[in-house]
Write a protein that binds this ligand. Structure first.
Ligand code: HPA
Length: 234
């Protein structure tokens, strides 16, 4: 089994897949299945959960319960640098965690105390498979080496926060990646993360923060989900 954790813009796409519910010690998880790939919409069916209300532990544990050998996360983000501009997508190489969630399985309750290493926390083979799947569509415009700053949300950042993030090396900002990357790492599930930008982050756009049109976001999300399915099924 393989897993996808998908974000903004995928609801209509998932409507065609088989719905399943997975029970975990941390709660039930709504999933969609296509063959041996299972998709978890992280914001729940109908995009109802704010980033702080997502049950990250249940989602990660559901992937383990289902026996997922590898997982790709898909994340809508805001752009801080032009290394991943609005409308672009790319592979995340590293992240910073400002979310304050500090989620862990390795605290002696679910799993024994362990300090998991976070160097090269994204799986090389999975990253390569995603790039190859992108190339198979004829696209060559995929970005790589992206550094993702994770905030708590649901509010957007202040311009000063974005300036500070840029100064310390962040390319994009979002509200979910760190929580998933840590938990999947603790479960030893190989993981890759794809980010797609839907806006310039606060203070970088003269208009204030303006998002791509819903239709463009959905088109981008659909493209990435289809590449991800192909990467995992290959
Ligand atoms: N900030 C945080 N998270 C986001 C943004 C943003 O600008 N855009 C999409 N997710």
């Amino acid at each position: 089994m393989k897993g996808i954790i998908a974000g903004t813009g995928v609801d209509r796409i998932l409507a065609d897949l088989e719905e399943i519910t997975v029970d975990t010690d941390f709660g039930q998880v709504a999933c969609y299945r296509r063959g041996d790939v299972v998709v978890i919409p992280r914001h729940g069916r109908g995009h109802v959960l704010a980033p702080g209300a997502i049950n990250y532990k249940a989602n990660a544990m559901a992937l383990r319960v289902l026996g997922c050998e590898r997982v790709i996360g898909i994340h809508a983000v805001g752009s801080i640098t032009s290394r991943l501009a609005p409308g672009d997508f790319g592979l995340v190489e590293d992240f910073l965690d400002f979310s304050g969630r500090n989620l862990t399985f390795c605290d002696g309750t679910t799993l024994p105390l362990r300090h998991v290493g976070m160097v090269r926390c994204f799986d090389r083979a999975l990253v390569t498979d995603f790039v190859k799947a992108t190339y198979r569509t004829g696209r060559r415009d995929i970005k790589a080496g992206i550094v993702y700053a994770t905030t708590a949300g649901p509010r957007l950042e202040t311009p000063a926060e974005i300036r500070a993030m840029r100064n310390i090396g962040c390319d994009v900002v979002g509200m979910t990646l760190a929580s998933e990357a840590v938990l999947l790492r603790e479960l030893d599930i190989p993981h890759a993360a794809v980010a797609y930008s839907i806006n310039w982050a606060a203070g970088l756009d003269e208009e204030g923060v303006s998002f791509l049109e819903d239709e463009s976001i959905e088109r981008l999300a659909r493209t990435i989900l289809s590449i991800t399915l192909d990467a995992l099924e290959a």
